[in-house]
Design a protein around this ligand. Structure first.
Ligand SMILES: [Zn+2]
Ligand SMILES: [Zn+2]
Length: 338
């Protein structure tokens, strides 16, 4: 089998790797139907996150079960399944509280940009669809594995409710699906912060009512002006930089909620500013597994079409071009088909 390996900044190779097989009785091996490149893959690709030698890549996946270990009960060969980027047993206390991405047995999936993938803790991690989905639904189903699940968590953690005024910081795929999620949760006003026309258009299609192009302090000022001088009820931070984080907290009204789902890189918060901000702050790796059944149902019922975030589709072996297009912001998100 060939799979994706990152050797260093900008150096993605699609090369021979060992074909995955069952190693533990709780494993499943799946044949990938579709995978994709994540915004978080770009941090090491850009050299902004250290690598320990050549690193297999990919953590968003869906596909058909090929083999299961002897202890696996909830999925069987031939079923179409989707799983989170973080594995979970779905029974430990953290899982029971709905934080499966902090499962006591968690492992992060890192080899999904390949034709085959071993998924540990298959029973707790994978969710099967009732039937084999039609091929046109596969991109949207794939988004539930991370990017939609993360956008949904961003909206949920920011306490989006019917009637809320919401701000989304970041116009990457997660931010755009944060807009879609806020719309599904009944937000009345959704302000997307974006300077990129194509992304603004998609944000509007997903439910954004307003677009703000300013950033940093100017962006904060615009949001405060637009919200009667108080800030928004719910702000979703979907980038992970110091500027975007401060923008999010400063756009939130007193007593409001700011969520952060972009993996923070070099972000530091001042205790004093956090104290006087009077903001509920909640974030982390999204507990995608909590939302999978609901999000899969929304896709299968055609209530949402999150697969629209994929504006570039490539054969898996062209994965290097998929990274490059996202790095140069020529593509919002790259879909890869084996
Ligand atoms: Zn991801
Ligand atoms: Zn657990």
């Amino acid at each position: 089998m060939r799979g994706t390996v990152l050797y260093g900044p900008g150096d993605i190779r699609f090369e021979d790797r060992e074909t995955p097989r069952i190693e533990q009785p709780t494993d499943a091996v799946i044949r990938i139907s579709a995978t994709c490149v994540c915004g978080s893959d770009l941090w090491p690709y850009r050299g902004l996150q250290p690598l320990n030698g050549p690193t297999p890549m990919g953590h968003e996946y869906c596909g058909v079960v090929e083999a299961i270990g002897s202890a696996v009960k909830s999925v069987k060969p031939g079923q179409f399944v989707i799983g989170s980027f973080a594995t979970s047993d779905n029974v430990c206390p953290n899982c029971q509280y709905g934080y499966q991405s902090s499962c006591n047995q968690r492992e992060f999936i890192t080899r999904a940009q390949a034709p085959m993938l071993r998924v540990p803790l298959a029973d707790g991690t994978l969710v099967p669809t009732p039937d084999m989905p039609s091929d046109d639904l596969v991109p949207s189903l794939l988004t539930t594995s991370d990017v939609l699940g993360t956008g949904w968590f961003a909206a949920d953690a920011a306490n989006v409710k019917p009637g809320s005024t919401v701000v989304v910081v970041g116009d990457g795929a997660v931010g755009l699906l944060g807009v879609l999620s806020a719309r599904q949760m009944g937000a009345e006003r959704i302000i997307a912060m974006s300077r990129h026309e194509q992304r603004q258009n998609l944000a509007r299609e997903f439910g954004a009512t307003d677009i703000v192009t300013e950033r940093g302090d100017d962006g904060v000022k615009r949001i405060v002006d637009m919200t009667n001088g108080i800030g928004a009820d719910s702000v979703l931070e979907c980038v992970g930089t110091q500027q975007s984080m401060m923008q999010a907290i400063r756009c939130t009204r007193k007593g409001g909620y700011a969520s952060f789902v972009g993996v923070p890189h070099g972000v530091e918060l001042s205790g004093e500013e956090s104290f006087f901000a009077h903001v509920h702050l909640h974030g982390g790796p999204a507990p995608v597994r909590r939302y999978l059944p609901k999000l899969i149902e929304l896709v299968l019922d055609k209530k949402i079409n999150p697969g629209q975030v994929f504006d570039l589709t490539l054969p898996l072996e062209k994965v290097a071009e998929g990274y490059k297009a996202m790095d140069e912001r020529r593509a919002i998100k790259t879909l890869l088909r084996p």
